[in-house]
Design a protein around this ligand. Sequence first.
Ligand SMILES: NC(=O)c1ccc[n+]([C@@H]2O[C@H](COP(=O)([O-])OP(=O)(O)OC[C@H]3O[C@@H](n4cnc5c(N)ncnc54)[C@H](OP(=O)(O)O)[C@@H]3O)[C@@H](O)[C@H]2O)c1
Length: 178
Amino acid sequence: MSPALKVSSIWRNSCVAEFGRLDILVNNAGILPDPIDSKAASVFNAKVETLRTAMETNVCGPLLLCQALIPLMKERNYGRVVNLSSGMGQLSDMNGGYPAYRMSKASLNVLTRILADELKGTNILVNSLCPGWVKTDMGGPSAPLTPEQGVETIVWLATLPDGGPAGGFFRNKKPIPW
Ligand SMILES: NC(=O)c1ccc[n+]([C@@H]2O[C@H](COP(=O)([O-])OP(=O)(O)OC[C@H]3O[C@@H](n4cnc5c(N)ncnc54)[C@H](OP(=O)(O)O)[C@@H]3O)[C@@H](O)[C@H]2O)c1
């Protein structure tokens, strides 16, 4: 078993031991490993290693957690999975720069779509969102949104009623194009 798979299994086992169930999975952890300097952040200077790092954390991490934890949700036919994507991964509004981050967030959206399709007919709702530009370590002090504002759509998706949307991409609690 790979170390990453082992960690996901440990999470699953401690969830079962402590709570006996799992209702909500928020895949929030993410990194923006591209250089911040705009010239260095060009796709023409992108390092494959940077892309690998971004894919490991922003895509493989959520994939492994979904593989480990959604089976727990299936046991009770209830689950809400929220994937923290970004407008920087939005194909319909794709711009240059930050290629590793952009490609990883677009891939995370693909994961959302695949999961939602494979879970069709269940009460496990998987969605992606862009929180907007939020004042965090990643967003920096110039971001217009507070963390409290940034989590609003996350909480909304994490507590969707039965029959709510699945396989969507949201910002400010409204669907946005992929
Ligand atoms: N801030 C924004 O404006 C913005 C906009 C769009 C999307 N997002 C997305 O929102 C999510 C949260 O971003 P943020 O702004 O809160 O970023 P942040 O301030 O940089 O925090 C990222 C969090 O992810 C954790 N993390 C990173 N790599 C990890 C790993 N390999 N394993 C476990 N935890 C890991 C970090 O833990 P440690 O502190 O322990 O390293 C930290 O708690 C990310 O997915 C980001 O891409 C943010």
